[in-house]
Write a protein that binds this ligand. Structure first.
Ligand code: GLU
Length: 492
């Protein structure tokens, strides 16, 4: 039987999806999967000025890239749609009508200037007010007066009538326990603006209630909104969901994570060569743990084991180095044929070869894949590492060239290596190795010295993939040509 758990991720499309939002999405998704429930994606686009279709598209792309599939939402039909707040005006209207009918919402005709004057006098200690909030003047108007003023077309907003004697509001939270908000801190806040659009707190509750959301898992920047939202659930007589507020993500300096610390949007991490499963794993561990020590938690494990009980209350610190380490671990663990496939777009993007060319060289690429996988931390490390295998000629790194060409034996070594490789038959890694290993003794040079000279000539760099494999993968013709070109240069 499908469980009744229903959770949602409700981003506002006012920018790209950042790691904080992405982590919230991961937790909601994992919680739904763990409990056989539904993960709903709702786009909170009530701010028409700042919400754009491009931002929505980017958020959807980021979630798809991370592998966070939703059961209801944009592009996926469900019985609780539409899944864009901008299309749910009827629901807000209906909820407001119910609240008007029982007096839990009332119209307020105070102009912005009047409201500001009231706030100023509260600040100055001249008037009483709820935490600098609204003084409830319009709540005292009688029904006939408000009806007449509305009928006359007077601009107004709709406010929540916080129940008299409601008392303190306790926000129970699966992560942080109870937080008590004093009743005096609750003002009659605006539910619906003068232009008829709902405020965040109102729209969120109406939607969460209508969509039968059972658990609200979100950032703790919303904790102070929660008592306000609870009052709307109560007014609408709808069950209050379980809340779980997640601690903020900090940079290593203890400040809120921002661009100053490095990439923060999911697509920036994608472009920097991170794998979606590694980023997903890393985000999952930013405030949750499997058992306090396991660091590699693949999506299947996360889906099977995620629980609210293991979410931590302390702020998580985003550690770019750890993420990079984790990414490298995922790369190393990948089956060679999988890594081979996944290298292709990165090689193509770097302009080294087309996907078709690469597919034609399948066996060759499959030999290369594990050599790269052992060394790459990110997918962006691949192209610089293998470029020498694709370029017709290789430009030798000047520092390496200087070192090698200064070696008095370089010319001799390069000529002998060229001759030895010319005779290698068949052209395999082990035959190449055998031929090269025999050289130092024959030439009376140190093996390390010889291999260094050959490495620089063949790969263009003093640091490269392993030498014998590099020579084999490069092919005889190009290996000989590079040895000869470097020899001529050394002879000058
Ligand atoms: N649209 C809100 C946000 O992006 C949703 C908050 C919530 O989950 O209630 O912050």
């Amino acid at each position: 039987m499908a469980s009744s758990v229903r959770v949602r991720f409700a981003p506002s499309p006012t920018g790209a999806l950042h790691v904080g939002g992405a982590r919230t999405a991961v937790y909601n998704w994992a919680f739904a999967r763990r409990n056989g429930g539904a993960f709903i994606l709702r786009i909170d686009d009530t701010d028409p000025g700042r919400s754009t279709a491009e931002n929505t598209a980017q958020i959807l792309r980021s979630l798809e890239w991370l592998g966070l599939d939703w059961d209801e939402g944009p592009g996926v039909d469900g019985s609780f749609g539409p899944y864009f707040q901008a299309e749910r005006a009827d629901n807000y209207h209906a909820a407001l009508e119910r609240m008007k009918a029982d007096g839990s919402a009332y119209p307020c005709f105070c102009s912005p200037a009047e409201l500001e004057a009231k706030r100023a006098s509260v600040r100055a200690g001249e008037a009483e007010g709820v935490s600098g909030g609204y003084d409830r003047a319009c709540r005292r108007l009688d029904a006939a007066t408000t009806a007449a003023r509305i009928a006359a077309g007077e601009p107004h907003v709709w406010r929540l009538a916080v129940p008299e004697g409601r008392g303190d509001i306790v926000v129970p939270d699966a992560v942080r326990g109870d937080t008590v908000f004093p009743a005096t801190a609750m003002d009659d806040y605006v539910l619906v603006r003068g232009d008829g659009t709902p405020t965040y707190n109102f729209a969120t509750v109406v939607d969460d209630a209508d969509m039968q959301i059972t658990h609200v898992i979100r950032g703790d920047d919303h904790l102070s909104n929660t008592p306000r939202q609870i009052l709307v659930y109560e007014a609408l007589q709808r069950p209050v969901p379980v809340f779980a507020h997640l601690s903020m993500i900090w940079g290593s300096d203890g400040k809120k994570l921002s661009k100053r610390h490095g990439a923060t949007s999911v697509e920036a991490f994608r472009d920097e060569g991170y794998l979606p499963e590694a980023l997903l794993n890393y985000l999952a561990l930013l405030g949750w743990s499997l058992d306090g020590e396991t660091t590699i938690v693949p999506p299947e494990v996360l889906k099977a084991e995620f629980s609210l009980e293991r979410i931590s209350m302390s702020p998580a610190v985003f550690d770019f180095e750890k993420l990079e380490w984790m990414n490298g671990a995922y790369i190393r663990e990948m089956a060679p044929e999988v890594f081979e496939e996944r290298m292709i777009p990165w090689l193509e993007k770097a302009g080294l070869a087309s996907a078709t060319e690469l597919e034609e060289r399948h066996d060759w690429l499959l030999t290369l894949a594990p050599l790269v996988a052992e060394r790459a931390k990110r997918m962006t490390d691949i192209a610089p590492m293998v470029r020498f295998l694709f370029d017709e000629e290789t430009a030798i790194d000047p520092a390496a060239a200087k070192k090698v060409l200064a070696n008095e034996d370089a010319g001799r070594v390069l000529a002998a290596t060229r001759d030895a490789l010319a005779a290698v038959e068949p052209w395999t890694r082990s035959a190449v190795e055998q031929a090269l290993r025999a050289l130092p003794e024959a030439l009376a040079v140190k093996p390390r010295q010889l291999f260094q000279v050959v490495r620089v000539a063949v790969t263009g760099s003093a640091v490269s993939l392993p030498l014998f494999e590099s020579v084999e993968l490069l092919g005889r013709e190009r290996a000989l040509a590079r040895l000869e070109a470097t020899r001529l240069e050394a002879a000058q």
